[in-house]
Design a protein around this ligand. Structure first.
Ligand code: BDR
Ligand code: CA
Length: 315
């Protein structure tokens, strides 16, 4: 089994990423690191614990990472996200208070220790801002070449951003951190809006979870229906909600879901194009370190996604 760490700002699609990792039989989810973004960090961490408990996994520890952007304390929660994920981050659905507490060790130290311990066997999937990973790389630069796989949800190469014309939300939270990560020796795969906006879920699928007649199936259907309604309100032309974060977990486990191009990437940190992810014309002749997903086999992915989650919600 592959050791996996999720670094997320739990959120609705982040919750789906947790479910996907738990549903995959070849994954050993060793821990979750909480980040800020869709909600403030404490609430995101608590949401992760609630989701784990709903799915019967009080065995998995949740750590908190950095509570705001590395360069400004302005971003500790995106204002727009309340509209999409609800005020509580999980579609205003009430889940019981978690019985397990947040770990006292910092998420950044947990990540560094885990890379030292598991090395190439470890897969890291950040689906929020990259503040934690940038802090870990700063503290322990050797982890860049020790880590097995880093596949992140964020950025947009072939289309505009979703927060500004240039920036996707996760990158926009902390473009400086994202730039530090993507220009480091760490090899990564980017699962950005290029593919996630093409990978959609509708109420037809959430109804299948509801029909299972289980608490987890019903709660997840309620949470995701909120997200589908939000997409209808803000992005009606899509016809469903985007499976951003669970697609990143899927690609980390099976890269053949997507077609990638190899790049050296930079993230713009100037005011005009803040958060733009783009090829670096200063490193055209250097070996590349970022694979950018530009096409997705969404039908095959959606089938696996529904298999994993439906099985998980059956119990
Ligand atoms: C990303 O932003 C967050 O709101 C979602 O959880 C996802 O990680 C999409 O731009
Ligand atoms: Ca997220």
């Amino acid at each position: 089994k592959r050791k996996m760490i999720l670094d997320l700002d739990t959120g609705i699609d982040d919750s789906l990423a947790i479910a996907y990792a738990l549903g995959a039989s070849d994954v050993d989810l060793i821990g979750i690191i909480g980040s800020y973004g869709n909600v403030v960090i404490e609430e995101g961490g608590k949401n992760a614990l609630k989701i784990l408990e709903l799915l019967g996994h009080t065995d998995i520890p949740v750590y908190l990472g950095e509570s705001h952007s590395s360069t400004s304390d302005h971003f500790d929660r995106m204002e727009v996200s309340a509209n999409i994920h609800g005020q509580n981050g999980i579609g205003e659905v009430d889940l019981p208070e978690p019985t397990r507490a947040i770990e006292s060790e910092s998420g950044v130290d947990f990540l560094i220790d885990a890379v030292h311990q598991y090395g190439k066997d470890l897969t890291l999937v950040p689906t929020g801002p990259m503040t934690n990973l940038a802090a870990a790389l700063k503290k322990a630069p050797e982890i860049a070449t020790e880590m097995g796989n880093m596949t992140f949800m964020g950025g947009a190469l072939t289309m505009p951003g979703n927060v500004t014309r240039f920036a996707e939300a996760n990158i926009n939270q902390d473009a400086e951190a994202a730039n530090a990560v993507l220009t480091s020796p760490l090899h990564s795969t980017m699962v950005g809006l290029d593919v996630t906006l093409r990978t959609l879920l509708t109420k037809k699928e959430t109804q299948q979870w509801r029909d299972l007649g289980t608490t987890s199936g019903e709660k997840f259907a309620d949470i995701v229906d909120y997200y589908i309604e939000a997409y209808k309100q803000f992005n009606d032309n899509l016809g469903g909600c985007a499976l951003h974060d669970p697609l990143a977990v899927g690609v980390a486990l099976d890269p053949s879901f997507v077609t990638t191009i190899d790049l050296n990437m930079v993230v713009n940190t100037n005011k005009e194009t803040y958060g733009r992810t783009i090829g670096d014309d200063n490193r055209l002749n250097e070996p590349t370190n970022v694979k950018v997903a530009v096409m997705v086999d969404k039908d095959r992915y959606l089938k696996v996604f529904m298999d994993y989650l439906t099985n998980l919600f059956k119990e």
